[in-house]
Write a protein that binds this ligand. Structure first.
Ligand code: GRG
Length: 305
């Protein structure tokens, strides 16, 4: 798939996601107006929508366009969780960032209490979205098992053994000298990788993937998560000022261990390319139908080349 074709593919999938996100964030009667507005501010700002696009793409690969349509709201739930994590990550008690996605971070646009509550609301609402979307999978015993599995997958990826664990270890190792590569890998596997892996998996689960197909897509998701994080670190190390919404020069400037810091910029790029190769190899069972997912991981790595 050429870069232009990938761009068209991503744009079409992002449009589908944006429509679904707006629908998911419609304000029910009685919700406090400031909270509702802050939730929309957090989610609907200019993001890449990587996680819901992955859920859509994975469901489409396994079950075609109808399966993708049924999976989109599961992907939106992950985007709500991703947005919550960014809002809380920006708080003074965490990374203390004034900007996000090229705009004031939520606690700057509103206030700290609203930022905390908005994160809480987005995390909780994500599970309500999943519960509502589960009805689209049908009422059979198999469909119910898939829905319950999706709830568990999302909770595990985002909770105290997933993203929250990654964030906790990350904060604890800030400013420490000689953080080993293994620790850095563990931080990112849980902090960033778990949600990306989950995005791919829940799309496949919603579409009724066989266990071998799900295992292949899991390897893809893990390798993509690694490539994504390394590319992000390399972009920070090489041209931090070109990046939207990342103030302060990234993790290295905060005294955190990074892949370029540990492996050098060239070593980090090489490691990202190897991860992209692993991701593409995992797609082989799907043949030519997986070209978009293959092109996506190549694109992630090429951005940092
Ligand atoms: C507060 C529990 C808790 C967790 C926060 C993911 C995270 C954990 C913090 C984000 C820190 C960060 C900037 C990590 C670098 C990689 C990353 C996840 C970047 C942001 O994701 P993108 O690039 O963002 O998908 P957009 O804005 O495009 O959605």
């Amino acid at each position: 798939m050429s870069p232009a074709e990938l761009e068209r593919y991503l744009a079409a999938h992002r449009r589908t996601v944006e429509r679904a996100l707006r629908d998911v964030l419609k304000t029910p009667k009685g919700r406090p107006a400031k909270l509702a507005e802050a939730m929309r501010y957090a989610v609907l700002g200019p993001g890449k929508r990587l996680r819901p696009v992955l859920t859509l793409a994975s469901a489409e690969l396994v079950g075609g366009p109808a399966a993708a349509a049924r999976a989109v709201r599961f992907g939106c739930a992950l985007e709500l969780i991703h947005a919550y994590s960014l809002v809380h990550d920006d708080l003074p008690a965490m990374d203390d960032d004034d900007e996000r996605r090229g705009r004031p971070s939520l606690h700057k646009a509103y206030d700290e209490a609203t930022a905390i509550l908005t994160g809480d609301a987005l995390l909780t609402e994500a599970f309500a979205v999943i519960a509502r979307a589960s009805a689209d999978l049908g009422a059979s015993a198999a469909a119910t098992r898939r829905a319950v599995r999706i709830v568990a997958e999302v909770a595990e990826a985002s909770g105290p053994d997933g993203m929250v664990a990654g964030q906790a270890v990350d904060l604890a190792s800030e400013g420490l000298a000689n953080v080993p590569l293994k620790t850095v890998e563990g931080i990112h596997r849980r902090k960033t990788g778990a949600l990306i892996r989950c995005a791919v998996r829940i799309g496949a689960i919603a579409a009724g993937a066989s266990e071998p197909r799900l295992a292949s897509l899991t390897v893809y998701g893990e390798a993509l998560g690694l490539a994504f994080q390394i590319a992000d670190d390399v972009l920070d190390a090489t041209h931090a000022s070109d990046k939207i919404g990342r103030a302060g020069g990234g993790d290295a400037a905060r005294g955190k261990a990074t892949y370029p810091g540990l492996l050098g910029v060239d070593g980090a790029r090489k490691r990202a390319r190897r991860a992209a190769d692993d991701a593409c190899a995992a797609l082989r069972p799907f043949g030519a139908r997986a070209t978009a997912l293959a092109a996506l991981v190549r694109h992630v790595v090429d951005r940092a080349a």
